[in-house]
Every structure is written in structure tokens, then in C-alpha cells.
Design a protein around this ligand. Structure first.
Ligand code: MN
Ligand code: MN
Length: 467
């Protein structure tokens, strides 16, 4: 018998991560560009949770999904969705197998860390009109200073009606900004830690300078009055309506190709809209699945998945129960047989911050889908920690579909940590594992992903729905 060479043995026995670029098929580059373009458009038009949910709803309608209605019988292949509270959406394609055989679920979140307005945001100080903010989720505050910002959201009026606010996206629109201290006067700030140097109560947005024309010099709040007059003319709102509003500041820049080779994509909110997009991409194309395919895009993950639109709420269960009731299946029996990809991002290894990672266990940009067995902090605390069985099942599914994948872990042990929605899905007795992609500059106003990874992620979620 011929002796195996060391090279062959190395290939057979030792694991080496595979770059997606070494595994692409003939037409894959075209698919990568088509997918990236659609993703870029969706990122630019959906910078708030409401916009993301509305975009998903509109796309679902285009692809033949109907709003779920109790009492309307559903047959295999039928496509339905529910988006009752404007801030999350669940889409389903009914399978040929009964729900007692379980569903295939993909869950992602469409909220993203950033800045919201306080209920009483508007004030004038030293001749400048300003807005007070309250940050949402884990941000590094300094990243939000001295950059152009848009204001997006909804304001409810006294009569219960509402108006959408959208300032800064059009190139002819004005933008807003939070000022930073000049380096010439930063001697004291430089001595502070980063968290001490940038305080949340100083994240106030500059929105106006010109005083209201008919107010005498020296009178108070004449710039504020001018700003409020502008808002009133444009949107019909008065100051007290701002209390019943949900308004967010978002980066005014749009998604862009990154790198001379355009292999990456940079944009705000890719945690976790990259998974939301891929999940949507997969479910819109899910035709006649065996198991009922379900895609849930939830809110509030960045602040603990609480609230009626978070994955901890009964909204998801209520919808699933409706589907089960139709087939006289108990929800708990459906859940016990279901399988879920919790679609969320993990950090990509960043050579600029090498010591924050474990090079051997952190995911790398361009190396495909990231499967994360556990997240959490201080010894996996708070993690769902998927079993080896679940991981093995996932491996089989991904490799069967030709998906390039790697493992991920959230940085160096004991440096910090974080969580995903997986633990809240597991709580329902649904088998679940985190499947997403890695990104650079997570939670920054400009996060970077590899387009090739996104392509693989779409394939991964399609493989789940084809299972
Ligand atoms: Mn996330
Ligand atoms: Mn996050």
C-alpha cells in the first residue's frame, strides 16, 4: 500500500478555515453583486425599526404574502405575515408537513444601537436650538460627534393622528449634528477615560441658529420658537407632540462599497440588519417547503429583547399558536420539534485590536457564515450554549448546501461579552443556534461586512427553509 504523503495527511486530518473567495462557483460573483445591491438599498431606506418592518412588509406583499387572518384556511405553500405593532414582523410559508413535525425558524433583530430623542427634547442655549437625546443600546458615545445626522421617526398628534419625520436623507435636506470639543481645548478631556470624556447628557443635537423674526432681541427662546415654527409648518406638530413621538438620530451617510476591490460593504445598522435581510431573502424565495418556514424580525434585542415588539413578548407565540390551532396541533408540540437559526452577527477578528480577540477562535471577515455555539460573559453566563447535537445538525445542513462556514466567539474571554436572542428562543423549548456572519466595527455608525459572507448567509437561511 502506498504511504500517504504528509501533505495529503495534513489536508485530511487538520482543519483550515476556508476563504469564501476560494470556494466560489462560476456565477457566484454576479449573485454576490445582485444581493449586495438589494441589501444596500434596503439599508438606506430602513434606518429605523419601523422603516425596516415596513420595508419587509412591502416586500412580503410583492412576493405574494398575505396578512394573516384568523378563520382563513391556509394550505401548504400559502404565504402569510403578521406585523400588528409596526415594530416587528413574522412571515411564514406553510409547509406540506403538519406543524406537529415542527417549523424551521429564522430569527433576527432590526433594532440597532443609536440615539433616540428624549420626550422633552427641544431647548435653546446661548442662541443655539438643541435636542436632548437618550442613547439606545451599546454605543461608544464619541463615535456620534461631529458627523452629519438624519432625524427619522414618527410623531403622534393630540388628535391621535401621526406624521412621519424624515430629515436629512435627501441631498438637498439639511442635516443635524452633535458638536465635539476642539483639540486645542481638550487638555482636560484627554486626561479622562473615554467613558468619562463623553457624557450622555452632552449628546445634544444642534438644530438651529436663526431667531424667529418678530421676536425682539433679548427675548427668551426666539431660536427655539423659529425651529418649532419650521416643524409646525412642515409637519403640523407642536412642541407637546414631541412627547408622543419616537424619533431617532441616524447617520446621514448611506451604505457604501468598502475597499478598492469593493469586496466589503460599510453601513450603519448592519447588526443585525444583515441577518434580517438574508432571512427575508430566504423566506421570500421559499416555495412549498416541507416544514413550515418562519422568519421573525424582532425589535429591542439591543436592550434585552423586552417590550411587546421584542422576542421575549408573546407576539411570536400568538402567531405560531394561530397557525397550530388551524391544524389542531398544540403549540408546545410544534416548538419541541422545531429548529431555529438565531441570525445574529459576531465580531470579526480585527488586527488593529489583536489582543481583544482569540485569533484561533474568532470569526474572520470573508470566511463565510459564522456559527456561534455560545455567547454570554464571564464563563458563558447568559448564553444559550447550543448542544453538540444541535451544532452537528447545523454543520450537516450548511455543508449539504455548500455553505462556507466557520465558528465564531465573542472576543477574548473575560474581556466583556454579550448575548443574542438565542436564549429567549431556547426558553420556548425550540432547538436553536446562532448563525450569522462576522463584522468589523460592531455597533459603530459605520459597520463593515464582507459581501461574500452575506451571499453565504442567504444560502444558509435558504438551506434551513429547505430542510
Ligand atoms: Mn445583534
Ligand atoms: Mn448588537
Amino acid at each position: 500500500m502506498k504511504k500517504e504523503t504528509a501533505a495529503t495527511r495534513r489536508k485530511r486530518l487538520l482543519y483550515k478555515p476556508v476563504s469564501v473567495f476560494d470556494a466560489l462557483g462560476e456565477h457566484d460573483e454576479e449573485s454576490i453583486e445582485t444581493i449586495s445591491e438589494a441589501y444596500r438599498d434596503l439599508l438606506d431606506s430602513g434606518k429605523t425599526v419601523r422603516e425596516c418592518v415596513e420595508n419587509a412588509r412591502a416586500m412580503a406583499e410583492q412576493w405574494g404574502f398575505k396578512p394573516f387572518e384568523r378563520g382563513v384556511k391556509l394550505n401548504p405553500g400559502d404565504k402569510v405575515y403578521t406585523a400588528d405593532n409596526c415594530k416587528n414582523i413574522v412571515l411564514a410559508v406553510i409547509g406540506s408537513a403538519p406543524l406537529s413535525d415542527g417549523a424551521r425558524i429564522m430569527a433576527a433583530h432590526v433594532d440597532t444601537p443609536g440615539l433616540d430623542l428624549k420626550p422633552n427634547p427641544l431647548y435653546e442655549d446661548s442662541g443655539l436650538a438643541m435636542l436632548k437625546t437618550h442613547y439606545y443600546g451599546g454605543i461608544k458615545k464619541y463615535q456620534w460627534l461631529a458627523m452629519p445626522l438624519e432625524l427619522r421617526g414618527v410623531v403622534f398628534l393630540k388628535n391621535g393622528g401621526h406624521v412621519d419625520i424624515h430629515v436629512g436623507a435627501d441631498p438637498y435636506d439639511p442635516v443635524l449634528t452633535i458638536t465635539d470639543l476642539l483639540p486645542h481645548l481638550s487638555a482636560e478631556q484627554n486626561k479622562k477615560t473615554i467613558s468619562e470624556g463623553f457624557s450622555a447628557e452632552n449628546l445634544n443635537v444642534l438644530i438651529g441658529l436663526r431667531p424667529y423674526a418678530d421676536v425682539a432681541a433679548g427675548d427668551e427662546d426666539r431660536v427655539k420658537l423659529a425651529v418649532m415654527s419650521w416643524l409646525n409648518e412642515k409637519y403640523g406638530i407642536v412642541e407637546e407632540d414631541l412627547r408622543t413621538a419616537e424619533l431617532s438620530l441616524v447617520p446621514a451617510s448611506n451604505a457604501r462599497d468598502v475597499g478598492f476591490d469593493r469586496a466589503m460593504l460599510g453601513a450603519y445598522g448592519q447588526d443585525d440588519r444583515v441577518c434580517a435581510f438574508a432571512g427575508l431573502h430566504a423566506i421570500l424565495r421559499a416555495e412549498n417547503p416541507v416544514h413550515t418556514a418562519v422568519c421573525v424580525l424582532a425589535d429591542k434585542e439591543e436592550i434585552g429583547s423586552e417590550g411587546i415588539s421584542g422576542i421575549q413578548s408573546g407576539h411570536f407565540d400568538a402567531f405560531m399558536e394561530e397557525l397550530c390551532d388551524m391544524q389542531q396541533v398544540k403549540l408546545r408540540h410544534c416548538y419541541a420539534k422545531s429548529f431555529c437559526f438565531s441570525g445574529d452577527v459576531c465580531n470579526a477578528y480585527d488586527p488593529n485590536f489583536a489582543d481583544a480577540h482569540d485569533k484561533r477562535n474568532n470569526a474572520r471577515l470573508g470566511y463565510g457564515v459564522s456559527v456561534v455555539k455560545y455567547t454570554g460573559s464571564r464563563g458563558k453566563s447568559g448564553a444559550s450554549d447550543a448542544s453538540a447535537e444541535t451544532f452537528s445538525r447545523t454543520r450537516g445542513l450548511l455543508e449539504g448546501a455548500g455553505v462556507v462556514w466557520q465558528t465564531g466567539e465573542l472576543g477574548r474571554v473575560d474581556l466583556g461579552g454579550g448575548g443574542t436572542m438565542a436564549c429567549f428562543i431556547a426558553r420556548r423549548n425550540i432547538e436553536v443556534i446562532d448563525v450569522g456572519i462576522s463584522l468589523l466595527s460592531m455597533h459603530a455608525p459605520f459597520e463593515v461586512v464582507a459581501k461574500a459572507d452575506l451571499f453565504m448567509l442567504c444560502k444558509a437561511f435558504s438551506a434551513l427553509f429547505a430542510d
